[in-house]
Write a protein that binds this ligand. Structure first.
Ligand code: NAD
Length: 530
């Protein structure tokens, strides 16, 4: 057993993908079993020997080339992403392809400054005859387990960060979106060829399959794991990783709060709330899952949001007119439906939506706004991951802060209103990212770290902090007087008092007291060391 899941691989087992909008079968793929996972890891380890020695300038050039290829192929890639994930084409283009290209360029441009050795100045007088520096070396083979909701940008950003820091990668994408990962692998391999880096094996290996394939990757000979997915799976993965002291970064679920103050721009804030809750049919880890509006603005806010939600065009993501696509699976739709129905039964009011759109297909759910909600409802405390905007009023800033922080999650949140007041509130929110008068877009800032607090995860991806998580520091210390024995070596006899004076010389308050102490250290200099 592994990670709570039995690793049962039947030889030759396959899995199929379907288009969430139409239910049509897209393709079927062979599942990577134990042998395939281990040989992908072995290939990645072999590749790390040449890739880790490849000068950074060439690794960066590869990522510049990748960014160029992503741009050249953006429309075709967006179509693959939409077919597998159901999201509207524009979202696939911007939130997957563009974010990935930006991440590649960021890695190419910023890795040198992150990986440059750093001087470590010595503060203690006795240690000044040495120089110290921190050097950074790749960890080795990075396992990446990815979800389906951002099937390109999540694994791509992690892969690029790993590659530029000299690591190689074994990527296990979601079983719902394998083709997008194969496209990423193809683009990286083409960039390697274009850059004349045709050496085999390749630094990015993709393995396909469901949970057990991911479980096998966690058990395999990797040096670090970046897991993005649900809290439940993240917990299993973390337990399996702890067993063998495998370092992990966990990017897990969210229940992001949006706080709207009375001095916010109503029109802007309502458009933001609707987009922030409905983007990717609400299946975004940093989507608006709870909205708190100051009482003075509350009823106008609700009615404007309802109008804007009712104007959304729901349909297949492949139709360029579509604003909102289907949910990924009937299972995900069922979770959303259950939460809305439970809230309704507990007294919530569904202002719009709150039902399936069977006429469009099995996975469509109407964009929904719910009021009269409270924290006894799962809609307000568990991740919904659907096109639902629950809105509730608050009175004081302190009330808003308390309600927003009353959650097991802490991925991102946003505050809307006059900048100074919103920033004051932002500083008190328990979240990895807080945006003032904006939402979601922090993820698109390639230089910004991404990650959560509480059950939303451990560690950071993206930005300089994300790069630092993929390297191991090595402290190198060089003695500048190699022919001199150290004053603190043997013998200890008659050393204690002069040594106590030495401590005084460094830490006694007052210049005169320190000077007097320094005279008492002279015997240390005269003593012969063994
Ligand atoms: P999931 O946890 O079901 O699956 C994620 C990945 O883990 C998939 O590739 C899956 O095959 C694999 N997996 C499943 N069981 C496994 C096991 N026992 N061992 C190893 N791997 C296993 O999540 P999902 O449904 O694909 O994604 C949605 C979730 O991801 C949501 O909770 C969302 O909030 C979260 N998410 C978080 C972030 C973030 O950055 N924090 C980003 C996107 C999605």
């Amino acid at each position: 057993m592994s990670n709570g899941i039995h690793l049962v691989f039947k030889a030759g087992e396959r899995f199929a993908t379907t288009n969430p909008a139409t239910g049509a079968c897209l393709a079927d793929y062979a599942i990577a079993g134990v042998a395939e996972v281990n040989s992908a890891i072995a290939r990645a380890r072999q590749a790390q020997e040449w890739w880790g020695r490849t000068p950074l300038i060439r690794r960066a050039a590869l990522l510049r080339r990748v960014a160029r290829l992503l741009n050249e192929e953006k429309e075709a890639l967006a179509q693959v992403i939409t077919a597998e994930s159901g999201k509207p084409l524009q979202e696939a283009l911007l939130n997957d392809v563009l974010v990935s290209a930006d991440a590649a360029l960021f890695c190419a441009e910023d890795a040198a400054s992150v990986l440059r050795p750093e001087d470590v100045p010595h503060h203690n007088l006795a240690l000044r005859l040495k120089s110290g520096r921190l050097e950074w070396e790749p960890l080795g083979v990075i396992g990446i387990i990815a979800p389906w909701n951002y099937p390109l940008s999540i694994p791509a950003a992690d892969t690029f960060a790993a590659l530029v820091t000299g690591n190689t990668v074994v990527l296990k994408p979601s079983e719902l979106t394998p083709q997008t990962a194969l496209e990423l692998e193809r683009v990286v391999n083409r960039a390697l060829d274009d850059e004349g880096l045709t050496t085999l094996p390749r630094p990015l290996q993709v393995i396909l399959g469901r949970g057990p394939t991911g479980g096998q990757l966690v058990e395999g000979d990797i040096d670090k794991l970046i897991f993005t997915g649900s809290v439940a799976t993240g917990r299993h993965v973390a337990m399996a990783a702890a067993e063998r002291l495998l370092p992990v970064t966990l990017e897990l679920g969210g229940k992001d709060a949006m706080i709207v103050l009375e001095d916010a721009d109503l029109d802007v804030a309502t458009s933001a709330a609707v987009w922030g809750a409905m983007l990717n049919a609400g299946q975004t880890c940093i989507s608006v899952e709870r909205c708190y509006v100051q009482r003075k603005l509350y009823s106008k806010f609700v009615s404007q949001c309802v109008q804007k939600i009712q104007a959304l065009k729901v349909g297949p993501g492949a139709d360029p007119q579509t604003d909102l696509g289907p949910l990924i699976t009937p299972r995900q739709l069922h979770i959303v439906e259950q939460q809305v129905d439970e809230a309704r039964a507990l007294g919530a009011t569904v202002q719009t939506g709150g039902r399936r759109l069977r006429e469009l297909g099995e996975n469509f759910y109407a964009p929904t706004l719910v009021t009269d909600v409270d924290h006894s409802m799962s809609l307000m405390c568990e991740e919904t991951f659907g096109p639902v905007l629950p809105v509730t009023p608050f009175d004081t800033d302190e009330d808003a802060i308390r309600m927003a922080n009353d959650s097991d999650f802490g991925l991102a949140s946003s505050v809307w209103g006059s900048t100074r007041r919103a920033e004051r509130i932002a500083r008190q929110l328990h979240a990895g990212t807080v945006l003032v008068n904006d939402l979601i877009s922090g993820f698109a800032v390639a230089a910004a770290p991404h990650g959560g607090v509480k059950h939303s995860g451990l560690g950071r991806t993206h930005g300089r902090l994300g790069l630092r998580e993929l390297v191991r520091p090595r402290y190198v210390d060089v003695d500048l007087m190699p022919s001199m024995k150290k004053l603190w070596w043997y013998p200890y006899a008659q050393n204690f008092q002069p040594m106590a004076a030495f401590v005084d010389m460094l830490h006694q308050p007052g210049l005169m007291a320190r000077l007097r102490a320094s005279l008492k250290t002279i015997p240390l200099l005269l003593r012969r060391r063994r």
